[in-house]
Structures are given as structure tokens and as C-alpha cells.
Ligand binder design. Structure first.
Ligand SMILES: Cc1ncc(COP(=O)(O)O)c(C=O)c1O
Length: 406
């Protein structure tokens, strides 16, 4: 072989990578620097209950263990194992959104569901309506497909409910999908029935498919939140969820997609099946936990919801007591999106980095979810135990007072 050409040129990276951003993890690099400098970092950036001591229910672990021992270690069917698909279909049906197992796909978390669903629904140049603020994987995946995200405002003055007039004003002939994240990350909101009906009406009026992210559907503080499809079982809804949040197993990367019964979605089912074939299957042993989760004991959720409600109340009280900080009370999940009244010229990233550098408290700047940098939003994951949250908010209060004094 001829000697390698001595070229100083780096191998080029695809341009689309620069459009793919995911602030929730990107910011960890900053935290590692702070840690290396000797400061204890409190990681309030990632919504992982297990990292804060919540335990995966033992009967789910037993189901996976059994699957491993029983030799379920080969490839599985691309759409998922039958008992898991049946359990998911039965779960949706029981909750008012009639579903059949042949329209259920087991996925590597909600995340892969987002990828498969958008892969089946959008072309280059298609537009997708996403809430603002949003869970950033939507915009990242939309960008990767060469499609365009249209941000519809959600309004902190109204408990972060979608601004329906703004939503309607964005629709063009290229708009294909309406993404609804309810309960919501990053705001912790859950929507009223009236709001949900209005979203369904918008989708119907403009012929849009609905991508319903319902991964926090079991984590309303007052109990389960019904799937969006229960309000209109014939609407063209694709619902996504997983074991990550409400079943306390995010590392298993196991979730599901349920395509509604609307015949308008028949081609979408075929398209998703085709895409799913290409990735062979999602992790097989973990799929054995799905039926265990959906048909077994869910008492852990009662305790989890109570813990979340308590931590949310503490969080909202402490944040609103800080001069210059306002926080809308969440009604579900484990996030809040407070706002800091920043001095002119400062951005949410400036504040979040300064807070991290001074106190070790790691949050995520709102602009990572689509809010304007000067608006001063940040997202806090409040899964830490109440005593630790108390310490964290002490640090934050002292720092913020100083910061806002300039
Ligand atoms: C709204 C939303 N969708 C999807 C995901 C991804 O979850 P999964 O672990 O199921 O892929 C998350 C994780 O934080 C989320 O908040």
C-alpha cells in the first residue's frame, strides 16, 4: 500500500450535526469542569428518577431476569414481542383509547418512538408544530430529517397552556404534524380537557397527524392523565410512552408507540413497520417487563406521585420567595420552568453557567428548550430529596440575590 497522504485536514462532519442540539446533556461538559475544580455538582439537569434514589419495581426486574435466564437473548420481532404489544394495547383500550396489538411498536424508549414516528411522517421541508418551550429531542430530530419546527407558544400566565390562536396562525400547507407533550416537559403542565379538545380540533381542521408524547401520563399529581386519544378515539393520533419515568427504568431504553385506529393512519403503520425492520428490534429482555409493568402492581406510582407533589410544592414556594424569580406551579412530572428577571444584556445561559460555577447547582437554560435567551427561563428537575432540595434552594437564593444586584 502507498504511504498514507500526510494531510492536516480533519475528516468533515455532516452539516446537519450542527443543527442537532440537546442542551440537557450538552451542559454536562460544563459541570464536569466545575467538578474537576473541586466543587460538588448537584445534577438537576436530567429527569432520571433512579439517579435520585427511586427504585425500579422489583417485579419488573424479576421479569427481565427471568427473560435473560430463559434465553430470550436473541433478536426479537421488529415491532416487539407479542405479550408486550398486547399489554400496551389493553392498557390504552382500558384508558379510553381503543388500540390493537398490531398497531403497537416496542421502541428503545419514547426517544426512538419520536424518531420512528417523525421518520414515517415528515419529508424534507415538512413543518412540524412543536410546543415552545419544548422537549428538545423533537427539534433535534426534525432538524436531522431536514424538516422545519414551528414553535407554538405555551403561556406561563395560563399555567403553560398552548396559545391556540398562535398555533393556528402558524399552520401552512406544508404543516404535517402537531406534537403535543402532555403532561409536559419542561414546564410540568398538564392540559385541561378543553385545551386538549381544542388541540384535536386544530389538528382536524388542518388535516394534521398528532404525535402525543404521553410519557408522563401516569405522573399527574392527582393520578393518571387519560391519553389524548380517549377524547377522540378516531383522531389520527400516534401516542408514545415508555418504562423510563413512571416505571422507574430509564436505563432499559424500553418504550412503545401506539398508532390509533383511524384508517387514515394505515399507511403510517406500514411505514413505521418498515423503518422498525431496519433497526431489527428493541432490547428484547426488557420488553418482558412491559406486560409486568402494565398488568402488575403499580403501588410504587402512588408513592412516587406523592413524593413529586411534595417536592413540587417545596420547589414552587422556595423559588417564588426569591426576589426576581417567578415560578408557575406544575401539576405533573418532575420539572419546573422558573424565570429569573435578568439584568439587561444577560442571557439564561449566562445565569445558568454562573449558578453552576458558583454553587455547583446544574440546571438547563430555557433557550435549550426554545425560549428566548433574554427571557431568563431555566429548567429544574426537582427529584432530589426534600432536605437536599432545601440546601440547593438556599444556595440558589443566595447566589441569585447577588447576581441580580449585579
Ligand atoms: C417529553 C419527553 N419525551 C421523551 C423523553 C425520552 O424518554 P425515553 O427515556 O422514554 O426515551 C423524555 C425524557 O426526558 C421526555 O421528557
Amino acid at each position: 500500500m502507498a504511504p498514507l497522504k500526510a494531510s492536516a485536514d480533519a475528516i468533515a462532519v455532516a452539516a446537519r450535526v450542527s443543527r442537532f442540539t440537546y442542551a440537557i446533556r450538552n451542559i454536562v461538559a460544563e459541570a464536569k469542569k466545575v467538578e474537576a475544580a473541586g466543587l460538588r455538582v448537584r445534577y438537576l439537569n436530567i429527569g432520571d428518577p433512579v439517579a435520585f434514589g427511586f427504585k425500579t419495581p422489583p417485579h419488573l426486574i424479576a421479569a427481565v431476569e427471568r427473560a435473560l435466564r430463559d434465553g430470550h437473548n436473541g433478536y426479537g420481532p421488529s415491532p416487539g414481542i407479542e405479550p408486550a404489544r398486547e399489554a400496551v394495547a389493553a392498557e390504552y383500550t382500558a384508558r379510553g383509547f381503543p388500540a390493537s396489538a398490531d398497531r403497537v411498536f416496542l421502541t428503545a424508549g419514547t426517544s426512538e418512538g419520536i424518531d420512528l414516528a417523525l421518520g414515517a411522517l415528515v419529508d424534507e421541508g415538512s413543518e412540524v408544530l412543536v410546543p415552545m418551550p419544548t422537549y428538545p429531542l423533537y427539534t433535534a430530530v426534525i432538524a436531522r430529517f431536514g424538516a422545519r419546527a414551528l414553535y407554538y407558544r405555551t403561556d406561563p400566565e395560563r399555567g403553560w397552556a398552548p396559545d391556540l390562536d398562535h398555533l393556528r396562525s402558524l399552520v401552512t400547507p406544508s404543516t404535517r404534524v402537531l406534537v403535543v407533550i402532555d403532561p409536559n416537559n419542561p414546564t410540568g403542565a398538564s392540559y385541561s380537557v378543553a385545551t386538549r379538545r381544542a388541540l384535536l380540533e386544530v389538528a382536524d381542521r388542518y388535516g394534521l397527524a398528532i404525535l402525543a408524547d404521553e410519557v408522563y401520563g401516569d405522573l399527574g399529581f392527582d393520578g393518571q392523565v387519560a391519553p389524548l386519544g380517549s377524547l377522540e378515539p378516531d383522531a389520527p393520533i400516534v401516542s408514545l410512552s415508555s418504562l423510563s419515568k413512571a416505571y422507574l427504568a430509564p436505563g432499559w431504553r424500553t418504550g412503545w408507540m401506539t398508532v390509533g385506529r383511524s384508517p387514515r393512519l394505515n399507511d403510517v403503520v406500514k411505514a413505521v413497520a418498515k423503518l422498525a425492520d431496519g433497526r431489527l428490534c428493541s432490547t428484547v429482555p426488557m420488553q418482558y417487563a412491559v406486560a409486568a409493568a402494565l398488568t402488575g402492581d403499580r403501588s410504587h406510582q402512588v408513592l412516587f406521585r406523592a413524593a413529586l407533589r411534595e417536592r413540587a410544592a417545596l420547589t414552587v414556594e422556595r423559588l417564588n420567595a426569591m426576589p426576581g424569580v417567578t415560578c408557575v406551579a406544575p401539576t405533573a412530572a418532575f420539572y419546573v420552568m422558573p424565570r429569573v428577571a435578568l439584568p439587561p444584556g444577560r442571557t439564561d445561559q449566562d445565569y445558568v453557567h454562573a449558578l453552576l460555577g458558583a454553587t455547583g447547582v446544574l440546571t438547563v437554560y430555557g433557550s435549550g428548550f426554545g425560549t428566548a435567551p433574554e427571557d431568563g427561563y431555566l429548567r429544574i428537575v426537582y427529584l432530589a430529596p426534600p432536605e437536599e432540595l432545601g440546601e440547593i434552594y438556599d444556595l440558589m437564593a443566595e447566589f441569585t440575590a447577588e447576581y441580580l444586584r449585579g
